[in-house]
Design a protein around this ligand. Structure first.
Ligand SMILES: [Zn+2]
Ligand SMILES: [Zn+2]
Length: 152
């Protein structure tokens, strides 16, 4: 399982700066969105995040629009990253994790993570062939997961 590569304190400092530079106030609600995505390994829709916060903090007043807006802000700052699964939407994960790639089911939105040394190496080789300085790559296999195939 990929691990977060920065401490929560560090991310929180950057998040507060980000809010400030967008003339947005720091609120506990906004921090909870970051906290949930930092502490839960996996990929979440805005609704998933909203529901997780509601479950853990039933007294907190939160609108789904705040979740959407905060995720967009965090994504623009590369603190979270998103994976789209067709017309159904997007799932978010913490963006500063060990590198990994994804298998994405376009039927149900299930996402599996994988890391393959051969694929990693080939990409480095290709970049080298083109005298290209690689800084990142995004590898996404889309299709139908085994559970959805079984339903067909
Ligand atoms: Zn599926
Ligand atoms: Zn992932």
């Amino acid at each position: 399982m990929p691990k977060n590569i920065v401490s929560y304190d560090e991310v929180l400092i950057n998040f507060k700066k980000l809010l400030k530079s967008n003339t947005l106030k720091y609120t506990k609600q906004r921090e909870l969105i970051l906290e949930i995505i930092y502490n839960n390994n996996g990929h979440f829709t805005p609704e998933d995040i909203y529901n997780l916060i509601k479950e853990s903090y039933p007294d907190v007043k939160l609108g789904i629009a705040t979740v959407y807006r905060t995720l967009t802000l965090l994504e623009d700052a590369s603190i979270v990253s998103s994976i789209s699964f067709g017309a159904q939407g997007k799932k978010y994960e913490f963006g500063l994790k060990d590198h990994h790639d994804h298998l994405v089911c376009l039927e149900c939105g299930a996402i599996e993570e994988f890391i393959d040394e051969v694929i990693e190496k080939r990409q480095e080789d290709i970049a080298k062939q083109f005298n290209f300085k690689m800084t990142n790559h995004i590898m996404k296999i889309t299709g139908t997961c085994s559970a959805c195939q079984a339903k067909e």
